[in-house]
Design a protein around this ligand. Structure first.
Ligand SMILES: Nc1ncnc2c1ncn2[C@@H]1O[C@H](COP(=O)(O)OP(=O)(O)OP(=O)(O)O)[C@@H](O)[C@H]1O
Ligand SMILES: [Mg+2]
Length: 295
């Protein structure tokens, strides 16, 4: 029996929704897992090829093992083939996709129907924060939070026709480094502005895309991270200056421009700076998908 998994890239924060908001994107990693033997064989094509470990320490393998353990099952050996499209270390949720994909594969290997809330919870434990994993599991637009140690999330239906253009630079930014730039204390006015804007962004993403520009204003994290990604902040400012709702995707350095019907059109987004790649994406509606069957 072979298990196939398709898992989406995600963009977290979306401006003011720091550590809470996630959007699933139509850019996917695909996994094929075939049980057999006693150890693991890992093949990777695409992003991560020639870089990531090909043994038990591979992130997808670790997630498969953790998923199997949580389901009370053991599969001693398997072959894992990863066809990756999500760039690594750029703020598009590749680590969450690897974890969510591995957990979903464990459900497929054991013939267990996918329990999405449980996968959010397990993936949060492995990833350490719930925002990207929530969108990767549930699809659409998600709001994630923690209760004690548990990661939780709700999915909201994004407005039809919501699009995203991702501008991806060649450089990477370590999430840890980007986090280290955040202050311990912020002015009350900034916190209040962000609370209002994040609430407004829920309205904008679900039925008022005409409000995306004002609703994506952030005062809690993006500017503080400028030293780690000056070119990304400059691009956000340039795009916003021309009326496009641009934000830093996750911990950066990717820049995301949202677009929707009646709002600003992502299609009018300009070509990327030299050396950057541009991805024209939609919103993935369903989150991770898993199929099992004989080959
Ligand atoms: N598909 C994958 N297979 C194996 N390892 C992966 C995979 N995706 C990510 N990783 C590991 O995670 C690291 C990237 O994680 P990191 O959290 O820094 O970036 P990201 O998840 O792409 O972006 P962000 O978390 O900001 O959205 C890679 O360097 C690699 O070690
Ligand atoms: Mg990550």
């Amino acid at each position: 029996m072979t298990v196939r998994v398709r898992v989406p890239a995600t963009s977290a924060n979306l401006g003011p929704g720091f550590d809470a908001f996630g959007l699933a994107l139509t850019l996917y990693d695909e996994l094929t897992v075939t049980p057999g033997g006693s150890g693991v064989t890992v093949e990777v094509v695409g992003p991560g090829e020639g870089e990531v470990a090909l043994d038990e320490s591979h992130l997808v393998v670790r997630a498969i093992r953790a998923g199997l353990e949580s389901l009370g099952a053991a599969v001693p050996g398997f072959t894992l083939r990863c066809e990756n499209r999500i760039p690594h270390g750029r703020g598009l949720g590749s680590s969450s996709a690897a974890i969510v994909g591995g957990l979903a594969a464990a459900y497929g290997l054991t013939g267990t129907p996918l329990d999405r809330d449980q996968v959010v919870s397990l993936a949060h434990q492995l990833e350490g924060h719930p925002d990207n994993v929530a969108a990767s599991v549930l699809g659409g637009f998600t709001i994630a939070w923690t209760e004690g140690d548990a990661g939780r999330a709700v999915r909201l239906e994004p407005v039809e026709g919501l699009t995203a253009v991702a501008y991806v630079p060649q450089t990477r930014v370590l999430t840890k480094a980007a986090r280290g730039l955040l202050p311990d204390v912020v002015p009350h006015g900034d916190a209040a502005a962000n609370a209002g804007k994040s609430a407004l962004l829920v309205a904008a993403l679900t039925n008022r895309p005409d409000l995306l520009m004002t609703a994506t204003e952030d005062r809690l994290h993006q500017e503080y991270r400028e030293p780690a990604m000056p070119e990304s902040l400059a691009l956000v400012q340039k795009l916003r200056g021309s009326g496009l709702p641009a934000v830093i995707s996750g911990a950066g350095p990717t820049v995301l421009v949202l677009g929707g019907p009646g709002g600003t059109s992502a299609a009018s987004a300009p070509e990327p700076p030299d050396g950057w790649s541009r991805y024209d994406l939609g919103v993935d509606p369903v989150g991770v998908q898993v199929w099992s069957g004989a080959v």
